[in-house]
Every structure is written in C-alpha cells, then in structure tokens.
Design a protein around this ligand. Structure first.
Ligand SMILES: [Zn+2]
Length: 348
C-alpha cells in the first residue's frame, strides 16, 4: 500500500561536520539546498541557532522562488536521541551535546511544527520508500562510515523498540574477545569494520612495521585512512589486504546475524566506507551465504544504497508528513497509522 505524501517539508540534517537543509516537495525533489559547517567547538547554543538560521534561509529562498511553503520541519540527527520529546541525548560525534531539547528551540524560531528523528531511521525510510529497498516488507539499512549504524523495517513498518532505540546494528558482537568499541563494548562490528576501526588498525600495522607499502604511501604524506589501506592493498601489501578482508568479513557476519534474526528481503548498505569500497559487497555477500542458517541467505539481497547522502533529507518527507498530522500533537500521537514512524515508544 502506498502512503501518499501531500505536503512540502523543510528538512534539516544535523551531522558531525555539516548542517544541511532543503525544501522537499511531495514529488521528492530537493530544492534550495544549503549547507554550513557544524563547528561543534562553538558550543551547543551557537550550533542550535545555526540550525534555525539555515532552515530559515532555505524557507526564504523557497518563498522567493515561488515554491510552496513547508508545513513542518524535520530534523535528522545522530543518536542516541529521544525522538518523541525531541531531545538529542549524547551523540559521540557532537562534542558537548548532552540532553539538548532541539525541537523546543527550533520550533519557536521557525514558527512551524518540528519533529526529530534519528538519522539512520530517516535513511531506512528513504531507501525503503524510494530507494534500494522499495516494495519489500522487511528491510535493514546499514551505514558503514566513521561508525556503523542502522535502521530496520519489519512487517512493513519501522522497528523502533523500547524508547525508540532499536536498530543499533553497529554494536552487535561479532568477536567475543575483539577490540574495544568506541561505546566501550567489546568485539562490536563497529570496532572492526568502521572507518575509525580501519584507521586504528592501519596505524597499528605502521607502528609494528608490518605493512611496507602502506608505510611508503604514508611517508608521502597521505593521511592514514581506509582509502590509503585500499591503495596499499591494491599495490600488493598483504597486511593491508588482510585488514580490509577482516573488516568486510565482519560486515558479512553482521548481515548473517541480521538475516537469521529478522529475515529481511533486502539489506541496504550505505555510508562513505561502503560507497568507496566495492569489495565490501563481494565479501559481505559471500560471508552472509556462508554464515547464515541454511536456506536463509538466498532470501536476502545485499544492495548498495541508491540515494546517497540525500537519504537523510528525503527520508524526512514521509516521516514529517506522517508524524505531524493535521490534528493536535496529542491526537496525532494517539493515532497508529500503518508503516510510519509516527508511533514511538509509548510512555503511557
Ligand atoms: Zn559498540
């Protein structure tokens, strides 16, 4: 069943490096894009003011171009967050952010109803409604970039879990005695396959003198990251190739666990690391087939994300339309329309 989206929205994506905003019309077109550096070192109040400023600038641009006005604002932000109360809790990539009531600040500044949603829930909505997971009932979105995150659609609706916190696929254990994760846990897939983890392991290889080609490239002044490790591997550096192979095997193991647990028809993998390393898909497909329950893997496809960086803007179109009903906020939160993110953790 299609859920028609009728009203234009103002979408804001709060990221660790950039704040992006645009007007999204019901035909899914992205208008009047703007982006400014987040600069979290300026402090929470300044960054929150910056969000309202960039959103207001997009609204002004849209008005001067004769575009229809937005009826509401959606903010996509990194978790953990309290989506229903509109509070950004304690995201690792926004320094100094702790329990920031972002909706309470942006809503009056814009004079428009405003909602907050976790970036990965926004991304899975975009890929499910408009992208690589279109038309299925069960899908998982995995982003492999600086960290690893995800969002889940099950039985044709988002899986939100208690307090709306479900979907942290990056923190599934794939190695009992593995490395310590950024979250403090042990052996999480993010601690093995994220950009941060690959960088950490590459620096360890350099310290131990185990990767001559990587050392040569690093000595030329290139920054030590996943891209450099891939260049070294392509030039025959065995330790670099093994490092990447292990990371992609971890992603494939994650996919096998997701298949065993949720039986998705599609696992969409996006994020900067996935986008720039096609070998991730090859290895992840092979390992999912090896490691999932017999008969389970053939029912699941691993697909690259289709919508790129715009997932976090476009996904807000259905979410804002569905979460901000035309009734009062209280009435809206008591409805339970199918296949929406309108329903979150009920605290009543
Ligand atoms: Zn973790």
């Amino acid at each position: 069943v299609e859920h028609p989206v009728e009203r234009p929205i103002l979408a804001v994506d709060l990221g660790g490096t950039q704040i992006r905003a645009a007007l999204i019309t019901p035909d899914r077109a992205v208008h009047c894009r703007r982006a400014v550096p987040t600069q979290d070192e300026d402090g929470v109040a300044t960054v929150v003011a910056r969000i309202s400023e960039v959103a207001a600038a997009v609204r002004d641009d849209a008005a001067s171009e004769g575009l229809p006005p937005p009826f509401g604002v959606g903010i996509s932000a990194p978790g953990p967050l309290d989506r229903l109360r509109g509070i950004v809790l304690d995201p690792p990539n926004l320094r100094g952010w702790k329990d920031v009531p972002i909706v309470e600040r942006v809503e009056p500044a814009m004079g428009l109803p405003t909602i907050l949603e976790r970036d990965t829930n926004v991304a899975v909505m975009a890929e499910w409604r408009y992208g690589a997971a279109r038309g299925v009932h069960d899908a998982v979105y995995v982003t492999v970039s600086t960290g690893i995150g995800g969002g889940i659609i099950t039985d044709g609706r988002p899986l939100l879990g208690h307090a709306g916190l479900a979907g942290e696929v990056g923190h599934l254990v794939v190695e009992l005695d593995g490395p310590v994760c950024g979250c403090g846990g042990i052996g999480h897939v993010e601690a093995i396959a994220s950009g941060t983890a690959i960088e950490r392991e590459a620096k360890r290889l350099l310290d131990e003198g185990d990767a001559p080609e990587l050392a040569r490239l690093a000595a030329e002044g290139a920054s030590v990251d996943a891209a450099l490790v891939a260049r070294a591997a392509a030039a025959g550096d065995r330790a670099s190739a093994a490092l990447l192979e292990r990371a992609w095997v971890a992603v494939g193991s994650l996919c096998a666990s997701l298949v065993n647990l949720l039986t998705p028809e599609v696992i969409v993998i996006g994020g900067g690391i996935a986008e720039h390393h096609p070998s991730l898909f090859e290895v992840a497909r092979r390992e999912m087939a090896r490691r999932a329950l017999p008969g389970f893997a053939p029912g699941a496809r691993i697909e690259p994300a289709a919508l790129g960086a715009d997932v976090s803007l476009i996904g807000l179109l259905p979410i804002v339309n569905e979460r901000i009903g035309d009734a009062s906020p209280t009435a809206a939160s008591q409805q339970s329309p199918p296949a929406t993110l309108a329903q979150g953790a009920s605290t009543t």
